[in-house]
Structures are given as C-alpha cells and as structure tokens.
Design a protein around this ligand. Structure first.
Ligand SMILES: NC(=O)c1ccc[n+]([C@@H]2O[C@H](COP(=O)([O-])OP(=O)(O)OC[C@H]3O[C@@H](n4cnc5c(N)ncnc54)[C@H](O)[C@@H]3O)[C@@H](O)[C@H]2O)c1
Length: 310
C-alpha cells in the first residue's frame, strides 16, 4: 500500500514508519521536519489546507516519475502529527494546530477518495493526565466507554479530533480509526526511566499507570491493510501495557487505598474457613494464616489454591 504518513519525524511516527516499511508498504512522510528515515518526505505545514491537499495529490519522489503513468494514489492515511502535549507553546496554539491539522488531513483524504484514515488520539482524553491537581478516573481499568471530558487544551483538541473523525465517517462512510495512545515508551527508555517508575509508581498516576511500547503502535497496521473492514470509527486502547511493580498492581493500590491482593486473599481465607466449617472444623485466625502461608509458592509468593489442604 502507498501510505501518506504525517508526523513521521516524531517519537512515535519513526517506529510506526519503520514497521510499515518492513511490512512492504511504501510510506511518504509529511512533517514540518525531516525524519532521517529512508522514506520519501514532503516538508509541509498541516495547518495549511492547501499544502495538505497538494501533498496528497502530487509526486513525492524522483522514482515515482519513472513509470510515466501520472501521480500514484494513496491507499491510506496515518495521521500522527501534532503538538504532543500542553506546555510546549501556548494552550490555544496547541488546540489550533491539532484540530486544524486533523480537519485538513481527513478532509483532503475524503476529497481525494483515500479509503482509510488512522489518526492518533490520546489517553489524555480521559482527563486524568493534565488535570490541575489529582483527578481520578471514574473507574479502572479504564476502557473506551469512559467519559472524555478533559480540562486541558491538548486533550480537548484530541476530543475535537475524534468528533471531526466521527462526522467525516458519518458523512462519507470511509473507514476512520482513532487510536487513544497512552504514554509512548521507546526501547531505550526502559533502562533510563523504569527504575524510577518502579521505585515510586505513584509518579505514573497521570498516565493511569500505563504506557505503550513504541513498537506496539504498529498494531493498527492490520486495520489499514484490510480493504474489507468497514466498521467506521474505532478506538484502539487495548494495545496499552500496564506498569507492574514486583507483581503488584500499583493502580489499585494508589486509587483504592489497598493492594488488589487484599480482596483476593480475603476471599481465599473465607473459602478456607467455610470449607473447614462444612467438615466440622472451626479454625482460629492464626490457623487460617498458617494454611495460607503454607500454600504460598516460595519463589513468587503467590498462593496456590491446590496447595490448600481440605
Ligand atoms: N508520545 C506520547 O506519549 C503520546 C501519547 C498519546 C498520544 N500521542 C500522540 O501521538 C502522536 C505522535 O506523538 P509523538 O510523541 O511522536 O510526538 P512528536 O512531537 O515526537 O512528533 C510529532 C511530529 O508532528 C510534527 N508536526 C507537528 N505539527 C505539525 C504541523 N503543523 N505540520 C506538520 N508536522 C507537524 C512534528 O514536527 C513532529 O515530527 C501525536 O498525535 C500525539 O499527540 C503521543
């Protein structure tokens, strides 16, 4: 497929383009800046509608002139370009650039008959990330049904992008997929950042204790390549990984004030008590504790129910 990719010079885009090329796709990167990747590039400003439609409908490299059959068409658009958070420039400029770029990109794709658009939204739409103070999600684990009512201009721009996509999809019927991407982690960042994350998981609360490996962003590729998929607007948040700390779930501990293991252990203790009671044995709390400790795997600390004698 010939793919018009925006924002390929950025953190996430570089990994996605590399993956698309490895799958045999031809990628044209449209960005303000060069990427340094071995792909065709057009240096444009996506907030300018004329530049967007021009770039999508012209030759992008010398080799495309050789066939003599005119400008090749794009099969899909992947739109990653954006101001990627607040507090880079002004709030208003972040909103303006992101909403205008997304409108221009989808409108041009529709006008040129490109049948697939995939664009980057964000987990910040759930309002937690850039809240003033601590804002808890309505529920965890969070999913696509969680309300998106953010307070900051970046996340607002992504909610607006999603509305724009839904409207174009409703009007034209083309396939548009929005990816609510969470904090992108590149391979080298595990060694650099994760020791601190694991030492103090609470620092990860603004990202809902989650992240996505930059290499997993390519999970959108099957949607792009399948010409028969026509299910309209879609969120792909499920490609996100949770941050774990020694097998413990920091999200539950932070927001619910307890470790997630506490309700599980309580449940097992209740089963042990009732199973023994049914056999006429009344256990003291100390006996229950002893049974549970004996059932623990010495390596992992996990209680194996099969180790509990009945
Ligand atoms: N990095 C994350 O953790 C994260 C999390 C959630 C969502 N996202 C979203 O994923 C996408 C990619 O993020 P990233 O981290 O790679 O960002 P990035 O800042 O590294 O890359 C964005 C690219 O877009 C280009 N760009 C910005 N405005 C442009 C314009 N007007 N015209 C042309 N090009 C323009 C920039 O030059 C840059 O190369 C963005 O849409 C971002 O909002 C990122």
């Amino acid at each position: 497929m010939r793919v018009f990719f925006t924002g390929g010079s950025g953190k996430a885009g570089k990994h996605a383009i590399t993956h698309l090329q490895a799958q045999g796709h031809t990628v044209v990167n449209a960005d303000l800046l060069p990427s340094g990747l071995p792909c065709s590039e057009l240096l444009i400003d996506l907030t300018d509608a004329g530049q967007v439609i021009g770039a999508m409908s012209q030759f992008s490299d010398f080799h495309e002139l050789e066939a003599g059959t005119g400008v090749p068409k794009f099969d899909a658009v992947v739109h990653f370009a954006a101001v990627p958070r607040v507090m880079i420039g002004t709030d208003g400029e972040c909103f303006r650039q992101n909403t205008l770029s997304t409108y221009n990109v989808i409108e041009a794709a529709v006008k040129l008959g490109i049948p697939k658009v995939i664009f980057a939204s964000s987990e910040t739409t759930y309002a937690v990330c850039f809240a003033d103070g601590e804002l808890k999600p309505d529920y965890v684990p969070i999913d696509e049904d969680h309300p998106t009512l953010p307070h900051d201009s970046y996340a607002m721009s992504k909610v607006c992008d999603e509305a724009t996509a839904r409207s174009f999809q409703a009007r034209t019927g083309i396939d548009i997929y929005g990816l609510r991407i969470n904090n992108v982690i590149e391979p080298h960042e595990y060694a650099e950042n994760f020791p601190a994350f694991l030492a103090d998981p609470a620092t990860r609360r603004r990202n809902i204790f989650a992240y996505i490996d930059a290499r997993d962003l390519a999970a959108f590729e099957p949607k792009m390549a399948n010409p028969t998929v026509r299910d309209g607007y879609d969120n792909m948040y499920g490609v996100t990984s949770m941050l774990y700390n020694d097998g413990k779930e920091p999200m539950i501990g932070h927001w619910l004030g307890t470790s997630f293991s506490a309700p599980i252990v309580s449940g097992i203790a209740a089963l042990v008590i009732s199973a023994n009671k049914a056999r006429g044995r009344r256990l003291t709390p100390a006996q229950v504790k002893k049974i549970l400790l004996k059932a623990q795997d010495p390596q992992t600390g996990i209680i194996k129910v099969t180790n509990i004698p009945f």
